[in-house]
Design a protein around this ligand. Sequence first.
Ligand code: GAR
Length: 223
Amino acid sequence: MRNLAVLASGGGSNLQAILDHLATLGADAPARVALVVSDRAGAFALERARARGIPAVHLPRTAPADALEQTLVEHEAHLVALAGYLRLIPAGVVRRWAGSILNIHPALLPAFGGHGMYGHHVHDAVLAAGARLSGATVHFVNEQFDRGAIIAQWPVPVRQDDTADTLAQRVLRVEHRLYPWCVEAVARGAVRLGEDGKVQGAVPYDFPRFGVEGPRHPFVPDP
Ligand code: GAR
């Protein structure tokens, strides 16, 4: 059983999706959420953890530079999942957990990623660019925001009348499907970061079959 640390700055709906998925797997679950960390004291993600008796740690911006690493070591974290965590992961943590840190981003990377691209900023940029597709990307984390090797992506359509809110909702619904599968696949060792920096293995998902409410296009499920 792998110990998974989830890092979140906000509501933690992706944390919830991971918790629910691992609960569904029951005894077959390859990991358990052993720690939740947030840089915001008021993050609802911390509440979700406390309600389940999972250690919930607030690490403010003023915490010492090595506080995250110490906390992960203390809780014997094998895997780390960033779920709406807005701070850059220190290089020491990236090195120590190389190939074991995942992030989810609410757009199709490498477009609409990078420093400052989080939450509604991402969806605003997608709408301003007039992109017809957006989606969710899960990737391994390296020293740069949103630049690590891509594990899986799930596209969603951008509609003419979308606002950042409606697009965020549509993307979030596929995030909740995609992220737990990726976490499971990495925890099982079915997906790995190779020495060459490329992803080995694949997450067994299938858009048409798992369309959130039934796909209208074979490659673009319409949630
Ligand atoms: C999610 O949409 C996630 O992809 C995004 O923050 C949201 C967190 O929601 N992450 C980023 O923008 C990172 N660049 P949640 O707290 O409800 O899981």
